[in-house]
Design a protein around this ligand. Structure first.
Ligand code: DLL
Length: 435
């Protein structure tokens, strides 16, 4: 029978037991960090807190938050909790703004990481018979090597293509018989377009795709599934906490199970930091329970999501997180109104004649914010008459106004004119920052 779980004992553990274990791990982690991480000790002292004051999970909210800025201030190794000789790997992330940050892993941390991604692959129905093509970037970005080690752990054959060279990616996929693809959802869309153009969809053997590293909608899932003829699974993670594999989707696809034996998730109000009631949408905060080299307590991710505590039909007892609905720091304030790129994407995905390739351009003209959205037409609309094209543009403008509450100017552009990304897609140009 096909294996449904990579680690049933852990993934389906009785919650009382799981939470007791989380508490025990938290107590140890706090003590270890107090002894070894200067910034953490300083923050605890400022709050008049001693490690002994933390007796379990129930005391979590007493602990200080940690922030991306801390990683910048203590760059490169100032937050590492073990001697550098025991660090066996570093990864880095630059994000779209600011100085890069560095994170590190001990041997045990790498084991934990591959354990987490192995669970994700197994949940997507993959095993040692599969050929997993890893088209996330290899290098300092955690996507490539993170997926690679998990795929190796389940005994699958890894095809480490990394990003780029789309023609060769597709050739490899066909010739080597890839049964699974790991990439950003935007690159999966791009591969889908190229495959359609080459007329090679029926040569594919793909059955599953494990996509993450950027926000994507349910509508995009359908498009990718159709273009690549596979079932698309979401995977979540961030360099600071682990990389891919912090949370993963099971076959029910109603949120991503958080690897709670290794991480505790909380949802807080992004402005006040207050822990929000169950089911609220707010900022995800993670605490690592067992990581050795680079542990973090109450790390503010800026990702906006909900925690789902209902029982999942798959049998896993780990709580789930909803798809992140954007980042609190991605929010654009346009003429005083809060706008998330994901709101615009959702509107576009529900209009026929256009593709989800778009660019949001925000500027300030005569002290007034302007919002322009460039959207690519599909071939059908492109060859239609001007009147039909204008009608679609007006239709999108009306829908955007009703969803966002402010007006936007929509320009429809020809197919394939908006630059494609092989990694995370760049959807927003905020020219106000350049003035
Ligand atoms: O993107 C790690 C990763 C690689 C995850 C491959 C999944 C697959 P960073 O470059 O540090 O790490 O970026 C982390 O990306 O805080 C989210 O804002 C976003 N993100 C990651 N996964 C998802 C997802 C990797 N499934 C940041 N849905 C996070 C939405 C995601 N956003």
């Amino acid at each position: 029978m096909k294996k449904r779980y990579w680690n049933e004992k852990c993934e389906c553990m009785d919650r009382t037991l799981l939470e007791r274990e989380q508490s025990e791990k938290l107590v140890k982690q706090v003590k270890r960090m107090y002894e070894n991480v200067e910034l953490f000790r300083k923050r605890m002292d400022e709050l008049n807190l001693k490690p002994e004051d933390i007796k379990g999970k129930e005391d979590l909210s007493k602990l200080p938050f940690s922030y991306k800025q801390d990683l910048r201030d203590y760059y490169p190794y100032g937050l590492f909790a073990i001697p550098l000789k025991d660090v066996v790997r570093v990864h880095a992330s630059s994000g779209t703004t600011g100085k890069q940050i560095v994170v590190g892993y001990s041997k045990k941390d790498l084991d934990l990481w591959s354990e987490c991604t192995a669970r994700a692959f197994t949940a997507a129905g993959l095993d040692e018979n599969d050929f997993i093509q890893v088209s996330y970037g290899y290098g300092l970005f955690t996507g490539g090597l993170g997926a690679h080690d998990g795929a190796t752990k389940i005994g699958a054959t890894v095809i480490p293509t990394s990003t780029g060279n789309t023609v060769r990616q597709i050739q490899t996929m066909i010739d080597f018989g890839s049964t699974a693809l790991c990439s950003t959802p935007s690159y999966a869309m791009y591969l889908g377009e190229a495959i359609k153009e080459a007329g090679s969809k029926d040569k594919l053997k793909l059955k599953a795709g494990i996509f993450g590293a950027e926000p994507w909608t349910e509508e995009m899932r359908k498009m990718i599934e159709e273009a690549l003829n596979l079932k698309a699974y979401d995977i979540y993670g961030l360099s600071e906490i682990l990389g891919p594999g912090v949370a993963y989707e099971c076959e029910c696809q109603k949120g991503m199970h958080i690897n709670e034996d290794a991480f505790i998730a909380e949802i807080v109000d992004p402005d006040t930091g207050e822990v929000l009631p169950d089911g609220s949408l707010g900022e995800l905060v993670f605490t690592t329970l067992t990581k050795e080299a680079f542990p973090l307590i109450r790390y503010r991710t800026h990702d906006l999501a909900r925690i789902i505590k209902d029982k999942c039909e798959c049998g896993r007892t780990f709580y789930r997180m909803s798809k992140p609905q954007g980042r609190s720091d991605d929010m654009l304030i346009i003429r005083g109104v809060n706008v998330f790129p994901s709101q615009i994407e959702e509107v576009l995905l529900n209009v026929s004649g256009v593709t989800p390739n778009y660019l949001i351009i925000v500027d300030r003209v005569n002290n007034n914010d302007t919002l322009d959205v460039m959207v690519e037409m599909n071939e059908d609309l492109f060859f239609d008459d001007v009147k039909s094209i204008e009608k679609v543009a007006k239709d999108i403008e009306t829908k955007l106004r009703s969803v966002l509450g402010i007006g936007a100017k929509v320009t429809l552009v020809g197919p394939k004119t908006i630059e494609r990304s092989e990694g995370k897609a760049k959807r927003v140009v905020d020219k106000r920052k350049l003035h």
